[in-house]
Ligand binder design. Structure first.
Ligand code: ATP
Length: 898
């Protein structure tokens, strides 16, 4: 026993005393003091490599080795200018890689911050939500299914509490937890009175006092949960990087063959030939591609985070862009989850309840006339069941009344206040809860056992009306007596309230002997007396209506999958604008179907009601069997399998459990359906931008390298030198390519049907584009070079003109690529974006410098281009643009006709 504990203290009291805690929790002031003493409740992160090592790591790359080798050889040959340029290029490459890595890390750590877990604790005697990192020994933590235990807790209460301790013990079956002490030397796996940090609550509810935080916890001691350092990549980008590596090897092979061929067969001087081959390698290898793709992803992750969609697993960015079905919850996602009781239905009367938000003040009317609730004793019973069968609290803040806990329960607390005319405090605070059966989406009710001061004991139950009616044998009649239950009449009333879009709950009660202190399901079966029904309004989110319409325009079906009543679901579906709102499939219907029947039935059904989490899993599978890409939302612990199975699992950031978040690919910071649609839009944008980066980079590389290969094979002088190629490729190409990573969403992005998930990125269309553009590049560069030589210009000037042509073509190509799905001939397209113009301006300035500044002319072997020839080069660029734009318009027109 800890020093200072009372001699006859219960084990729990002893623990409380040991940590100097109190059953009502710590005060905020005490918590702050303890936080200073014990430190934050976080695990130390693994040490990161220093910036120098991270910078050096960017030199570990085949291309860099090749370039460094080339630098050594050129130095050996006495071409020191070339050596200097190559080394400058190597360093520039490492700097760009280092900067993009920094950007990617920034994106990831911003996301980690947004996902910081919260815990429910008792502070100053009230239930509060605090950052788990701020927990201190002595805090009382409340646990419920789906929570991740935030610190090591000695349990003081446990109702059906089962915890998955696989992370600590490797045991995958959740273990039962209780409050009884165990032997002091019991192994971790047998300490049933403890909940350990990092483990997951699989079922039930409980509370416990924090006994260890941060590094002092069991998990902290074995340091098992250190956050993995996630790299910013997706399957598509991975494939592209693999493709780039493969291309590098191929090009090096071709370069070697060319070197041997040129030297032994073509008898070219080695130094010149070697430089040409180095130029070819650098031109053909898309060295900037991995860096630009990573930046594209980082920009996408940040854009989604700004729209309240936090990407947990990066491949989701791609998947989201191809989503063809979104399965969404109703409560809180399509609706606001701001509940208010509007209707009370007793045996003979139906009352309407007025008020605003969660304020426990408002009129109660019967047949449009205000009544005094005190004169309607039936209403007191409503209030008692509503207030006692409840874990939430409503509290007045400066900006109005707010709920701590489940909003529906908050609405019931407000109702109790309205009936009892007691807006301060809890009208039934004197009743002591001795046991509870927590709400579970599978049985859909919650039951509590209470004792009052006068020795009475009651069980109160609230839940889905079907579940509660099934447990009732009687109903409270208008005269206060009990009468046999008339289920058919109640069902009609349930349908009536649900048809108005209200969520319906039933309340029931059963008096029990005072000695009764443990609650079992057997106590409920057929023993309850129905008090009546409660109808709650939860208005649809206005932005969800627009978002659903946007989905329909984008060829995405929206399916509502709710645990709510079919009538309520249909009414809300109608208000939200879902298709076929009245063709509702219920959980019971789903159970009656085999997988094939279900797959056939789901295609045209958009509303699924009274479903449980297992149905969600079957529905995802059914949609997937139809070849659809499914996004599925979830919040509860039991939704995890469906979230994992879905192509994009989406968890709710606010009301979602930690278990659901961990199973998901995406977390919605605001639980809002409109954010899912924003994420889909961003997903499509990121995919388009990846495609744009690739569609821009590959033809540019191919065009440049073909220039060298053709010149070598035809035995012509190179129209552009190796050093110039290095310049174009590493300086201009990367700068311009990055502009595409920041491209905004194209106007018609959400008007296109979703792309097929396995549509190859290197499609026939892209291959054709690569061929077309590289041939045009080739023609333009050789054309200008030939023109310059014909006009009597020196070879150096001719090469400078060819070099500038290449860069001008790249810029025009960039403007073309910005609109791959629509015309580039609009004011908006020409206007570009600040990022595009910044990149273009940088490249143009650099190009002017290389062409006109004497020291740079020395390095790059360039000459000042006369004005007329400069204008000619720009004109060639414009013609190139006109040709590819015409070809695109033709292709789009043919596609539209099909
Ligand atoms: P959605 O999937 O749209 O979020 P939901 O939140 O209505 O649906 P569940 O949480 O599974 O789905 O709830 C199903 C039903 O269980 C509700 O319609 C309600 O009747 C009942 N219910 C929900 N929460 C509670 C609770 N805390 N106590 C008692 N009954 C509840």
């Amino acid at each position: 026993m800890a020093p200072g504990s009372a001699p006859h203290a219960t084990p729990v009291e002893a623990v409380l005393a040991a940590v100097d805690g109190h059953a009502a929790g710590l005060t905020e002031a005490d918590a702050t003091r303890r936080l200073q003493r014990y430190g934050a409740n976080t695990l130390t992160e693994p040490p990161r490599r220093g910036p120098v090592l991270r910078f050096l790591a960017h030199f570990h790359n085949v291309l860099i080795y090749v370039l460094l080798g080339s630098a050594a050889i050129t130095a050996g040959l006495g071409h020191f200018v070339d050596t200097g340029v190559i080394l400058a290029v190597v360093i520039a490459n490492a700097v760009i890689g280092f900067v993009q890595e920094g950007r990617a890390e920034q994106a990831m750590s911003a996301i980690r911050r947004m996902l910081a877990p919260q815990s429910s604790v008792l502070r100053d005697g009230e239930r509060r939500s605090v950052d788990s990192a701020a927990l201190v020994p002595g805090d009382i933590v409340l646990l419920e299914a789906g929570d991740r235990v935030p610190a090591d807790l000695r349990l003081t209460e446990a109702a059906g509490l089962r915890i998955d301790e696989a992370i600590l013990t490797g045991e995958s079956v959740p273990v039962d937890k209780g409050t009884r002490p165990v032997a002091a030397d019991a192994p971790v796996g047998d300490r049933a009175g403890m909940a350990f940090s990092g483990t997951l609550v699989a079922a039930g509810a409980g509370r416990g006092v924090v006994v260890a935080t941060g590094g002092a916890t069991e998990i902290g001691r074995i340091s098992g949960m250190l956050s993995r350092v996630e790299t910013l990549t997706t399957p598509l980008v991975g494939q592209m990087n693999a493709f780039a590596r493969w291309l590098t090897m191929l090009i090096l092979l071709i370069a070697a063959v060319l070197l041997v061929y040129g030297y032994f067969v073509g008898h070219l001087p080695f130094a010149e030939l070697f430089m040409a081959v180095v130029g070819l390698s650098v031109a053909a290898i898309p060295e900037g591609l991995p860096a630009v793709l990573t930046i594209t992803l980082a920009v996408g992750v940040q854009a989604m985070a700004r729209r309240n969609a936090i990407v947990r697993r990066l491949p989701a960015i791609e998947t989201l862009g191809s989503v063809s079905v979104i399965c969404t919850d109703k409560t809180g996602t399509l609706t606001r989850n701001e509940m208010m009781v509007a209707t009370l239905a007793g045996a003979s009367h139906t009352y309407s309840v007025a008020g605003s938000g969660y304020a426990p003040e408002g009129r109660i009317c019967l047949a449009d006339a205000d009544i005094d609730p005190a004169e309607h004793t039936r209403l007191i019973e409503f209030a008692r069941a509503a207030a006692l069968c409840n874990d939430a609290a409503v509290r007045r803040h400066e900006d109005g009344w707010r709920v701590e806990g489940d909003p529906m329960e908050g609405a019931l607390k407000a109702l109790a206040g309205k009936i009892m005319r007691q807006s301060n405090g809890d009208p039934f605070a004197g009743w002591r809860r001795s046991d509870a059966i927590p709400f579970d989406a599978r049985h859909r009710y919650m039951a509590v056992l209470h004792h009052d001061h006068e020795g009475h004991a009651f069980i109160h139950v609230k839940g889905a009306p079907e579940s509660v009616l099934a447990m009732c044998s009687a109903e409270r009649a208008a005269d206060g007596e009990d009468a046999p239950l008339d289920p058919d009449r109640w069902r009609r009333r349930i349908d009536d309230i649900a048809a108005r879009g209200q969520r319906v709950l039933a309340l029931a009660v059963r008096p029990v002997p005072q000695e009764h202190v443990v609650l079992n399901t057997a106590d409920l079966d057929g023993e309850l007396v129905l008090i009546g029904l409660v109808g709650l309004i939860d208005p649809p989110r206005p932005e969800a209506v627009d978002a659903v319409a946007e989905c329909h325009g984008a060829g995405i079906r929206v399916k509502m999958i709710t645990g709510d009543h079919a009538g309520t679901a249909a009414a809300i579906a109608r208000q939200i604008g879902l298709r076929n709102p009245d063709a509702v499939l219920t959980g019971a219907d789903i159970e009656g179907m085999n997988d094939a029947e279900l797959a056939a039935a789901v295609a045209d059904t958009d509303v699924f009601a009274r479903t449980s989490p297992e149905h969600k899993l079957r529905l995802v599978t059914a949609f997937q069997s139809k070849g659809l890409t499914v996004a599925m939302t979830g919040d509860g612990v039991n939704d995890a399998p469906a979230l994992k199975r879905a192509d994009a699992g989406i968890a709710m950031g606010r009301k979602g459990s930690e278990a659901a978040k961990e199973a998901s690919d995406l977390v919605l910071a605001d639980d809002n359906f409109a954010s899912i649609v924003a994420a889909v839009r961003e997903g499509r944008t990121v995919y388009d931008n990846i495609k744009k980066v690739i569609s821009w980079t590959l033809p540019t590389s191919a065009g440049e390298s073909m220039t060298i290969v053709v010149a070598l094979f035809l035995g012509m002088a190179l129209p552009i030198t190796a050093v110039q190629i290095l310049w174009v490729n590493l300086i201009t190409a990367t700068t311009l390519g990055i502009a595409l990573a920041f491209e905004p969403t194209e106007r018609n992005t959400m008007k296109r049907p979703p792309r097929s998930r396995d549509a190859p990125l290197l499609s026939g269309e892209l291959v054709w584009h690569i061929i077309l553009v590289s041939v045009l590049f080739l023609a333009a560069v050789f054309g200008i070079y030939a023109y310059a030589i014909d006009s009597g210009h020196a070879p150096d000037l001719a090469r400078t003109m060819a070099l500038n042509t290449l860069v001008v073509l790249e810029i025009f190509h960039l403007f073309f690529i910005r609109n791959i799905y629509g015309t580039s001939l609009t004011w908006k397209a020409a206007k570009g974006t600040p990022v595009v113009w910044a990149c273009v301006a940088t490249v143009v300035l650099a190009q002017f410098a290389v062409t006109y500044v004497p020291p740079l002319q020395q390095v790059f072997g360039t000459r000042a281009v006369p004005l007329f020839d400069g204008m000619l080069i720009v004109a060639v660029g414009a013609v190139f643009f006109a040709v590819i734009e015409f070809e695109k318009q033709l292709r789009l027109a043919v596609r539209r006709m099909r």
